[in-house]
Design a protein around this ligand. Sequence first.
Ligand code: ZN
Ligand code: CO
Length: 331
Amino acid sequence: MKSLIKTLVEAWGPSGYEHHVRALIEKEVEGLADEITVDPLGNLICRVGQGGRKIMVAAHMDEIGIMATFVEKKSGYVRFAAIGGLLHTTLAGNRVRFEDGTLGVIGVQDAFGAAKTSVPNLDDFYIDVSDGGDGQGFEPGRPAAFSREMQERGARLIAKSMDDRIGCVVAIEAMRRLKRATPHEVYFVFTVQEEVGIRGARPAAYRIDPDLAIALDVTSTGDQIKGDKLVVRLGGGAAIKVHDTGLVVPPAIRDWMVARAEADGIPYQLELLNLGTTDAAGIQTAREGVPSGCISIPCRYVHTTSETVDLGDVEACVALLTSLLTNDVPV
Ligand code: ZN
Ligand code: CO
């Protein structure tokens, strides 16, 4: 599982440009699904089983990144816009990679002055793509993703894009364990454009018309020094969502997840998140409405290049998802 995590987190795929990630996942799920489709927006939809209750499982393929918007004259300096929720405190000195491999270094104006004491606006940052030439030939309109290799420290894996490639891994791993056997009709959907406003999941849900849905995504933890007031901690098991800024999980869904975790002895914790949401927020309002819940992978430093997860938590999420998909559902 670790090598698959490394492959996916290091892959390049800002929102709207998920094609490389999708190709990697398509290769992984070959033979694990009864039918594989790519919908008009680029969601990868993998059906397992037929004829039972329809369950949609969603994990997003895209990652936050930048879009080059303006090239300063003869400089090799590129201005940019955010793709998704960029944290300005993480930018200066960080590196991005454009699709053709071009490496960019992010700089900030007045780094040892104003930028030292207050967080600058995006306008104060630029990307250095100079290569010793005249800086010509770089066109705006090119997206980039952050560039960082995965590293590990014991059970902790540290990388960019754990949000949400780790959710994709949980889905793939569950598909592997199902071996195409489930009493339900399960649609594993690897979605596009979550980070820019949950744009891929809802149309996918419209197409599938599921009876219920489960999103897989990272969730922030409250266990850092002077951390946010969040109950989830790293290493505490699969996080079963109760509530976030876009979703109130129906009690029947939450209780079902808790009961399965208890029955199978899977470590779990409840999640209450006050700063974000997931694909489930979009899916729940598709068509006439879809009861939706979420299994969250606890993650420190979300939306930085050092998103940190615990392998034990990842394993618990896979076990819980597999258990849910092989047992009775509440709706
Ligand atoms: Zn996410
Ligand atoms: Co995110």
